[in-house]
Design a protein around this ligand. Structure first.
Ligand code: 5GP
Length: 120
């Protein structure tokens, strides 16, 4: 899939749409989900133009991948979620239920989340 530079997260990255930012560095932005599914629901996105986890894992540089993983863990710790725990999730493509075509990690925390998120 070709990257759509007008997807909603690309527009957030360009500052065209506001977000409730929780973290930013040269490779990564994180902000609260507009429709939270848990008491804490943060989206962690790379600044690079990657459609999905599939795209990011295949094409991102080692620096981008390291920065992304380190940031996601740090954000969870900063939110106080490392203990008692949290869930990270990356919906990928059609069958994964991905709606926004810019790679993002969901970070859910703040309550017992159960063993898995229920299917539709
Ligand atoms: P997906 O289904 O692609 O994994 O998740 C997309 C997520 O983006 C959804 O949880 C949705 O609530 C969130 N979202 C969609 N548009 C916006 C927006 O404009 N701002 C923020 N903060 N979150 C958004």
């Amino acid at each position: 899939m070709t990257y759509d530079p007008n997807n909603i997260f690309a527009r957030i990255l360009r500052g065209e749409i506001p977000c409730k930012k929780v973290y930013e560095d040269s490779h990564v932005l994180a902000f609260h989900d507009v429709n939270p599914q848990a008491p804490t629901h943060v989206l962690v996105i790379p600044k690079g133009a990657y459609v999905s986890f599939d795209d990011f894992s295949a094409k991102a540089s080692a620096d981008e991948i390291t920065a992304f993983v380190r940031a996601a863990g740090q954000i969870a710790r900063d939110l106080g979620a490392a203990e008692p725990g949290y869930r990270i999730l990356a919906n990928t493509g059609l069958n994964g239920g991905q709606e926004v075509p810019h790679f993002h990690l969901h970070l859910f925390a703040g309550r017992r989340l159960g063993r898995m998120i229920a299917a539709d």
